[in-house]
Design a protein around this ligand. Structure first.
Ligand SMILES: *Cc1c(COP(=O)(O)O)cnc(C)c1O
Length: 365
């Protein structure tokens, strides 16, 4: 069975490096925060091309802290795409504000600036764009809207480490960038991890205090804080991964571009990748008429596929009280109803990619 993603190949290929990194942390028992976590912050800020980064315990916490850094709270509204992983909205809800769901475009499947603009109210304080599937959203149009309405603009980069919009890397495109290092993300920890990036060093400084129980000096708590620190072992593992991220990305791009050009079955619809963007193919999503049938067909041929995401955020049970109805975000609903995810990870072989392509082209023909 070819898996949708197989992390064991990377873990085995770089076992000695990972082991040495973990052992160095153990020798110093720098387990929570500490030298290895701090070192990763520096390396990751440099990679993203920003002034500072703050490693945290996961991407959801990164989004929560970004909302706090924008002074968002109860009574405020924050516009987020309806088609994203639900955690984009959790950060808004944790702050006490209300997520307002915008539709995506029919071709890029990224947040639609026109839908964003239509959902602005006097309570709107911020927009969170998501570089979904590793494809940068239309940052220029969203920035224009944010500037005209005096809104904060935050980017959810959890699926887009190293992607670029108009030549500039994600994490440096908005006021604050939020990353996840969940296993399976383009850069991943051996457990949980996340980061906030920014050129606003004062915002990162506030985040560093919040994530560390509200203190700069131990046992002196300036504000009500959180335990959102990055673990030392994760920092050390992420520093190893960061060294390989560009090769991993190159490999993802090779496979992604092959799928785009070689899957020619007219039953498949694919995401548009505008020329001013450099996507990193975190997930290769297609739209097919009957995704469950397609998943079964692929599984019968020993290829695992799955779906991202079968229910759009505005129709999730958790947000039922917000009163959204089917039809409120038609493009996101269409995507949810038809999406299927093909296997794609850096260690996939050319033969495996060719198998996926051949099966897709043979599907129901
Ligand atoms: C993975 C992900 C998150 C959440 O990150 P965690 O580390 O799992 O908390 C947020 N947004 C998007 C778009 C994601 O893909």
């Amino acid at each position: 069975m070819l898996k949708r993603i197989d992390l064991t190949r990377d873990v085995q290929a770089h076992e000695a490096e990972y082991r040495a990194a973990i052992e160095a942390v153990c020798r110093e028992t720098a387990f929570s925060g500490g030298r290895f976590a701090d070192q990763f912050d520096e390396e990751f800020a440099r990679y993203c091309g920003v002034a500072a980064a703050s490693g945290v315990n996961n991407g959801t916490s990164a989004l929560h802290l970004a909302m706090l850094a924008c002074d968002i709270g109860p009574g405020d509204e924050v516009i987020v795409p309806a088609n994203t992983y639900i955690a984009t909205a959790w950060g808004v809800s944790y702050s006490g504000a209300t997520p307002v769901f915008a539709d995506c475009t029919a071709d890029t499947w990224e947040i639609d600036p026109a839908s964003v603009e239509a959902r602005i109210t006097p309570r709107t304080r911020a927009i969170i764009g998501v570089h979904l599937y590793g494809q940068p959203f239309d940052v220029a149009s969203c920035r224009d809207i944010a500037d005209r309405h005096g809104l904060h603009l935050v980017e959810d980069c959890a699926q887009a480490h190293g992607a670029a919009f108009e030549g500039q890397r994600t994490g440096s495109l908005c006021e604050l960038g939020c990353f996840s290092f969940y296993p399976g993300k383009n850069l991943y920890a051996f457990g949980e991890g996340g980061a906030v990036t920014s050129n606003d060093t004062a915002a990162i400084d506030r985040i560093n205090v919040w994530k560390n129980q509200g203190c700069r000096t131990r046992y002196y708590h300036e504000v009500i804080g959180y335990n959102y620190r990055l673990e030392g072992i994760q920092g050390a593992v992420l520093s190893v991964g960061l060294k390989h991220l560009d090769e991993w990305t190159a490999r993802r791009r090779t496979i992604g571009r092959r799928y785009l050009s070689e899957i020619t079955n007219p039953l498949f619809r694919m995401q548009a990748h505008p020329e001013n963007t450099d996507p990193v193919f975190h997930l290769f999503e297609v739209q097919v008429p009957d995704p469950e049938d397609f998943l079964q067909y692929m599984a019968a041929h020993e290829v695992e596929c799955n779906r991202h995401y079968p229910v759009p955020c505005h129709l999730q049970a958790a947000y039922r009280s917000l009163g959204y109805q089917p039809g409120d975000c038609p493009n996101a609903e269409q995507l949810a109803a038809h999406c299927a995810t093909l296997p794609l990870f850096p260690e996939m072989t050319d033969e495996e990619a060719a198998l996926v392509i051949a099966l897709c082209n043979d599907y129901r023909r």
